[in-house]
Write a protein that binds this ligand. Structure first.
Ligand SMILES: [Zn+2]
Length: 361
């Protein structure tokens, strides 16, 4: 099923409603009183707690669950059902998923609320963690288009992190186990995504849920579904995340040997990209005009009429910009003499430019 970026609870409902009460339960309610649903599948001893869309505008790992859950439940995968019990929260932040916001309806980033537990969604996750006592946690996210897999590297199509468990970022047993599991995933995908898998920043922050769970000695993996140039709906990334889920469980069922260096040698995520660089632009800024400028454009994802539109926002301009882009464009000659005007947020609203620079999806 093709699924665009916007995945509100109302679009997930049909998928969730196919499960009866033995599988699906409501484990709490959000700030806006939306149910937080949990799927419990499999009957094995090894307990996995996984949650997606704790950031409401990060739907790709949830979309990959729509592929993974039927795969896991298929007859051919009985060995997985017997080995594992999966506790899956497809949307920890359904309010944010509805509003297409990172934060919950109170404006709180749930991934900075692991100590304070100030929000109902945070308490639900913590309560499940304490009652399930999982052997493994999967913290499922999506990242922006700005990241490269290492300096000068390609777009970070996927990124992973074995979060630090303390300030020293020492290699605790739980952290090492997480690193080796990530190694299995990234080695399994290296043929298809050569050099395009990054390692996320590992500075310790106990307010982050992953850091907090790994501090309690539960191996925890952070997944970040990233950007493949041109794939703004993230359907290609979704397919790789689905593969990543399968590779992880294959490794858990039939472990192969990996080294910590397989993880530690992954390139670090670095901020290097904008979405688009346009050349040959006449800029009108603060009453003065400059010719033959380059502009760096980042798309602002905005919910409009039940879909996400990608509005062009100018980040910076200059004669020659020191930033890389996923796409380059030379302005048609006719437009090179027309001054480009933008608002104080950098948003380009003039229709002849906006039409050209907007993302057609
Ligand atoms: Zn996130």
């Amino acid at each position: 099923m093709v699924c665009k970026r916007y995945l509100p609870p109302s679009r997930l409902e049909g998928f969730l409603n196919q499960f009866d009460a033995a599988v699906k339960s409501t484990v709490g309610y959000t700030v806006q009183n939306r149910p937080i649903d949990l799927l419990k599948i499999g009957s094995g001893d090894y307990q996995v707690l996984m949650w997606s869309q704790m950031h409401g505008n990060e739907s790709t790992t949830t979309k990959a669950l729509l592929d993974f859950i039927p795969w896991f439940l298929s007859e051919a995968q009985l060995k997985y059902q017997e080995a594992f019990t999966l506790h899956i929260i497809p949307q920890l932040n359904p309010d944010g998923s509805h509003l297409y916001t990172r934060a919950n309806a109170n404006g709180v980033d749930l991934n900075r609320d692991a100590i304070a537990l100030s929000q109902p969604e945070s308490s639900v996750l913590r309560g499940l963690y304490e009652s399930i006592k999982p052997d493994l946690c999967l913290n499922l996210h999506g990242q922006r288009t700005i990241y490269a897999a290492g300096n000068g590297g390609p777009s970070a199509s996927l990124s992973f992190l074995a979060p630090a468990a303390n300030e020293e970022r020492s290699l605790t047993d739980a952290r090492k186990e997480a690193m080796l599991l990530i190694s299995a995933i990234t080695q399994g995908l290296s043929g298809e995504l050569p050099d395009a898998i990054g390692r996320y920043d590992d500075s310790f922050n106990p307010n982050c849920v992953g850091d907090s769970f790994i501090q309690s000695e539960t191996p925890t993996l952070l997944f970040e579904a990233g950007h493949i140039p041109g794939d703004y709906q993230r359907e290609q990334t979704r397919a790789y995340i689905f593969k990543a889920y399968k590779l992880l469980f294959e490794q858990l069922l039939n472990p192969k040997h990996f080294e910590l260096d397989d993880y530690l040698n992954l390139p670090q995520n670095t901020v290097e990209f904008c979405d688009l660089i346009v050349s040959g632009v006449r800029i009108f800024d603060n009453g003065t005009q400059k010719e033959d400028q380059q502009i760096a454009v980042q798309y602002v994802e905005t919910l409009d009429n039940e879909e996400i539109v990608f509005l062009p926002q100018m980040l910076q301009y200059g004669y020659k910009l020191d930033i890389r882009a996923h796409k380059y464009l030379e302005l048609p000659t006719g437009l090179q003499s027309v001054p480009l005007i933008f608002d104080k947020e950098g948003l380009i609203k003039d229709s002849q430019f906006a039409d050209l620079l907007s993302l057609k999806s």
